[in-house]
Ligand binder design. Structure first.
Ligand code: ASP
Length: 294
């Protein structure tokens, strides 16, 4: 059997028209090259998606990890999830405070506990016992919040500039997905979006792996990430149509955003009904694309 692999990354669904994203695109391109060579060398999809999201978080270029913005109380509460398609093991953290890499905390939930989702103080306790790097001084660690990313009205939520995510198929036929975010802009303390809700913002099974970005409340109500798999499984929809259908359902509810997805046969799909989607796609057949808008 041919040893195929595929990888997709995203850096969020809310880019601003007219702004130049060359720096983010160069970063995604470099990571894509690294992730592709790891998959080509036989690394597991689960490890590659964790490494990709860890690097996206650490860059400070997206609204996740180091680049995250605080909630209305001035606290950086971060969400992340990771899922292994073959076993459907999953780990997630919500409203995690004080750690550099929420996706590593999510992996720790998956590896070290019988649970899927830990939030708040419980998530922080687990991250500490796993020895994960702490954020000692949030004011200097996290980036400054650009004025045009702040909003006043909690009912008028906007997606942030850069939830991050990765999906991969490895040479063993296994799929994995990971997503990390600072959430929507100026979010209410304690608000948790779709990212750490398994099935809503992050999903992987034996058919596909999906990572979403956008207005999380709508992705939760649409169960958007798992809906891609359900459309393939029960509706016999072609993979790309399933991605489009899941996003159409988000839109029908009044939301917007985007997603990246990979199928068990290595097909890569993406879509957005927001302003754009910072994304990168690569596979063993030679595909290599990085873009932000259409
Ligand atoms: N989906 C994220 C959330 O609702 C935000 C985003 O992707 O921009 O928390």
């Amino acid at each position: 059997m041919a040893k195929i692999w595929s990888l997709a990354l995203h850096g969020g669904a809310g880019p601003i028209f007219g702004r130049n994203y060359a720096q983010e695109e160069a970063h995604i391109s470099g990571l894509l090259t690294e992730g592709a060579s790891r998959l080509a060398a036989g690394e597991a999809a689960l490890d590659v998606v964790e490494a990709m999201v860890t690097a996206l978080e650490a860059s400070g270029l997206y609204v996740a990890g180091r680049g995250a913005s605080p909630n209305t109380a001035g606290v950086w509460e971060l969400d992340a999830a990771i899922m292994d398609g073959r076993t459907r093991r999953a780990g997630a953290v919500g409203a995690l405070v004080g750690f550099e890499s929420p996706v590593q905390a999510a992996r720790a939930v998956m590896e070290r506990t019988p649970n899927v989702l830990l939030v708040g103080a419980g998530a922080a306790h687990l991250a500490a016992s796993a020895g994960l790097a702490r954020v000692e001084d949030p004011g200097s660690y996290y980036g400054a919040v650009a004025e045009d990313t702040v909003q006043e009205d909690a009912w008028q939520m906007r997606p942030n500039m850069g939830t991050v995510g990765a999906v991969a198929l490895d040479q063993y036929g296994d799929l994995a997905a990971a997503t990390s975010t600072g959430g929507v802009l100026s979010k209410t303390p304690g608000r948790i979006g779709d990212t750490p809700i398994i099935g809503a913002g992050t999903w992987a099974d034996e058919r596909c792996a999906v990572s979403c970005t956008g207005l999380g409340e709508y992705f939760i109500r649409a169960n958007a990430a798992a809906d891609v798999s359900a459309r393939v499984r029960y509706g016999n929809q072609p993979f790309e149509a399933a991605v489009r259908g899941a996003l159409d359902d988000v839109k029908r509810l009044g939301g917007n955003g985007g997603m990246i997805a990979v199928s068990a046969s290595g097909d890569l799909a993406w879509g957005f009904n927001s302003s754009g989607l910072k994304r990168g796609l690569a596979d063993s057949r030679g595909r290599f694309e990085v873009a932000t808008f259409l």
